[in-house]
Write a protein that binds this ligand. Structure first.
Ligand code: ADP
Ligand code: MG
Length: 361
């Protein structure tokens, strides 16, 4: 596994996290973390709960101090600059608004704290509320707003101070799915228009893929892969990344023969060919993205008994009966009503579309 995957020194880095380490009460939660973000880039930190996303964000913001390493912003070390002097805005999941103040007063708060001249405050607040389409609500108490409206106000409050960097920690996870999707689209275009550099923490793979130029997939305080959404999806560097970024067919197997760049792998569902150079006897995990499998024979072909055929609208998911540790999944476009549970079908796919990872011992 790669410790600091995809983080080669980059002279154009705007945010540069170098060798950061952090322990809480003697337990290391992060070590040697390298993480670089370019100016104007929208980046996500994606990973399961407890992997260190919030800790990294808080260290960048200066809300938590690192035990080791440095944070550079635009080439300047800010490691020892206190949070309130970094001009980095953070939006949290809990909107952390003042419920007794109006929308406008909440947005003005950071400007007042920075001693912005009185006459400049109202136009700045108005512009920020316009950005998030909340100007008509300026005089309402925030307690009277819905969750989505409150989160818009939180975004306006974060942007009104013209931050050098915007950090968002699971900002939409309290919202329902439809609203979350609308907010993602709006926020992305808003940040793009302003050329804002932003880091977006999420444990939702679709959210990360939708809003980001690049995604850092984190696991246990490490970045496993830092790449564009399409690279991550098509070429996950580990089975952890493959599983975290989208569903796939997944089978345990063992290399039984090699022939140049092609390996023959024995699985519970029969023999599978894949590109790679693991030696004979290596225990592996084989993965295939579900839309790359068709229900007809291919270079690789396995026989599957359908456990379920789920019509999802734009696609139909075919779930094969498998060993509990395996998953057999094929997605075909459109509505397929001719396929039903209990039916025997064929899953076929190309050798080049077969992902293989050495199984952990
Ligand atoms: N203030 C703290 N004191 C002790 N342990 C903490 C503290 N903050 C975070 N941790 C631990 O650090 C690890 C990473 O936490 P966190 O950064 O919150 O993860 P995530 O945001 O990815 O869910 C977890 O094991 C968590 O329990
Ligand atoms: Mg968190």
């Amino acid at each position: 596994m790669q410790g600091s995957a995809g983080t080669e020194p980059d002279k154009r880095a705007y945010l540069d996290v170098v060798g950061v380490g952090k322990a809480f009460k003697g337990t290391t939660v992060m070590s040697d973390m390298d993480f670089r973000v370019a100016r104007g880039e929208l980046v996500s930190l994606l990973g399961p709960s407890g992997c260190g996303k919030t800790t990294l964000l808080r260290i960048i913001a200066g809300l938590t101090s690192a035990d080791a390493g440095d944070i550079l912003l635009d080439g300047r070390a800010i490691t020892r600059v206190p949070a309130h002097r970094r001009n980095i805005s953070v939006v949290f999941q809990s909107y952390a608004l003042f419920p007794h103040l109006t929308v406008a007063e909440n947005v003005a708060f950071g400007l007042r704290a920075r001693s912005v001249p009185k006459g400049d405050i109202a136009p700045k607040v108005s512009e920020a509320l316009q950005l998030v389409r909340m100007r008509d609500f300026a005089d309402r108490p925030v307690a009277a707003l819905s969750g989505g409206q409150q989160q818009r106000v939180a975004v306006a409050r974060a942007l009104v101070v013209d931050p050098v960097l915007l950090l968002l920690d699971e900002p939409f996870s309290a919202l329902d799915r439809k609203l979350r999707e609308t907010m993602q689209v709006e926020l992305k275009s808003l940040l793009r228009d302003r050329g804002m550099t932003a880091i977006f923490v999420t444990h939702d793979q679709e959210e990360a893929m939708g809003v980001s130029d690049r995604i850092a997939v984190m696991n246990s305080g490490q970045i496993e892969q830092f790449a564009t959404p399409s690279e991550l999806y098509a070429r996950p560097r580990s089975s952890f990344v493959m599983d975290f970024v989208g569903l796939s067919t997944r089978m345990r197997g063992r290399v039984s023969k090699t022939d140049g760049p092609v390996m023959q792998i024995d699985t519970a569902n029969g023999m599978v060919l894949a590109q790679g150079d693991y030696g004979v006897g290596t225990e592996v995990t084989v993965g295939v993205r579900p839309e790359l499998i068709t229900p007809v024979a291919g270079e690789n072909t396995i026989k599957v008994t359908l456990a379920d055929a789920m019509v999802l609208g734009a696609k139909t998911q075919l779930h094969g009966a498998s060993h509990p540790e395996d998953r057999l999944l094929c997605e075909v476009p459109g509505i397929q009503t001719n396929l039903t549970r209990g039916q025997d079908v064929t899953f076929g796919w190309s050798v080049k579309d077969t992902l293989v990872y050495e199984a952990p011992r």
